[in-house]
Design a protein around this ligand. Sequence first.
Ligand code: HEM
Ligand code: HEM
Length: 124
Amino acid sequence: MLSQTFLKLGVSFGLIGMAMGVYMAASHDHTLAPVHAHINLIGWVGMFLAGLFYAQRPHAAAGRMAQAQLISAVLGLLILTPGLAGVLLGFSFGEPMAAIGSILTIVAMLIFAIVVFRTKASMI
Ligand code: HEM
Ligand code: HEM
């Protein structure tokens, strides 16, 4: 089920993001703090929230828009965060990757916004 996929992705990114936070705290190297921040915020918080929404709205979860959102969100985060790390570490691949990842991430959000606006509470 799509809601389960979002929830599982959310907790998985949460574990990765927090492990990175623990490593940063232990090593006193906070260079990649924005990467940690976005794995946690877009990955853990954003995806878990989408999962909770779709768990409450199975009708919306069954649609193609929800699938498109899932694909765009996952690809977006997997491209955005290494891209952001590249920018922070001074690699030239960073900026184009971060740009592509950002576009996919915001497209996922746009799709989600359309789904949320279109979904009526009675459509459960
Ligand atoms: C085990 C859990 C976590 C640990 C050990 C941890 C650790 C850290 C560390 C060491 C920094 C760098 C701080 C600095 O450079 O000033 C940081 C930054 C940050 N963390 Fe976490 N973190 C954890 C969980 C989370 C979670 C769950 C979120 C969000 C949902 C989060 C959001 C952020 C944000 C937004 C920043 C950047 C703050 C800024 O603007 O400097 N962290 N974290
Ligand atoms: C398309 C999606 C997004 C892009 C491209 C993006 C990009 C950025 C960039 C370029 C920065 C500055 C990083 C730096 O100072 O080096 C930033 C900071 C930050 N963003 Fe995002 N962001 C996105 C989504 C979000 C979302 C959805 C949240 C929260 C739910 C968020 C929370 C933050 C926070 C807390 C900071 C400060 C973190 C820090 O300074 O370490 N961002 N973001």
